[in-house]
Design a protein. Structure first.
Length: 256
């Protein structure tokens, strides 16, 4: 899905790290209704897992999304300026006071952070006790290792030893295996380094919906009326999501 033929005509000629592409993708996210429904489900999962947390809630790497429709008081940030955010902010250098935040929300962002330890240090510093990091990220499974290589330009390197990589840019630089590496493969190291955090939930999910949506880079998409059917089909894989999950909901809480 990465060839010129499959790329969406509106995105051709733009570098992936160009902020103007985010503006185009904001429009595409409204037009591609199957993909829009997927984002709606992602945002509902985030809202449910916020529980009673209220404000301040910071979304990192907001991109072209519309989380404000579900959490009106969210403060939307991104690493470069575009019209859909409140604040330009680097997730590895958060401009917030000690113990001042209720939640940090990341949708498809964590795996772009070239030094996740710096981000986790900042999260530990800025979150109140009981505050949460809520992420929806690509996940490593038997199915996703094959599928992600077919539908994404982004690296999936499960063998990298460290939690860092040399970034080529805020959007082009990534390792989609990073959430799995930190919170699954290196889980003991995570707890040793960040003893103030507890992993509340890791929920692999959604093996097919993103692929069938075509994402924001291609013109491909199933029609919206098929979305409930695909969602229903995915329920038959519920007990095998460790093998089939393409994304994961990750909820981490600061407990001390």
């Amino acid at each position: 899905m990465n060839g010129w033929f499959l790329s969406h005509p509106a995105t051709r000629g733009f570098d992936i790290d160009d902020p103007r592409l985010t503006v185009i993708r904001h429009r595409l996210l409204q037009e591609k209704r199957f993909l829009n429904r997927l984002y709606q489900d992602w945002y509902n999962l985030i809202k449910v897992n916020l529980g009673n947390l209220n404000s301040p809630i910071i979304e990192l790497g907001s991109g072209p999304g519309f989380l404000e429709n579900y959490i009106p008081h969210v403060i939307k940030t991104d690493i470069f300026f575009h019209p859909f955010i409140h604040l330009v902010n680097d997730g590895m250098k958060l401009p917030f006071l000690l113990n001042s935040l209720d939640a940090l929300v990341l949708l498809d962002v964590f795996h772009h952070m070239q030094n996740v330890k710096e981000f986790l240090d900042e999260a530990e510093r800025t979150l109140r006790i009981g505050g949460r990091i809520i992420m929806i990220e690509p996940w490593v499974s038997k199915w996703s290792k094959a599928a992600l290589s077919m539908v994404s330009h982004e690296l999936v390197d499960t063998d990298i030893k460290s939690w860092q990589f040399n970034s080529t840019g805020p959007l082009s630089g990534s390792n989609q295996a990073l959430p799995w590496i930190v919170f699954c493969r290196d889980r003991e190291e995570f707890f040793k380094e960040f003893s103030h955090f507890q992993i509340i939930k890791i929920q692999p999910m959604m093996p097919f919906r993103f692929i069938l949506s075509g994402g924001l880079s291609t013109w491909i998409s199933l029609p919206e009326f098929l979305y409930p059917l695909v969602k229903k089909i995915e329920t038959f894989f519920k007990r095998q999501m460790d093998d089939w999950g393409m994304f994961a909901l990750i909820v981490i809480e600061k407990v001390k």
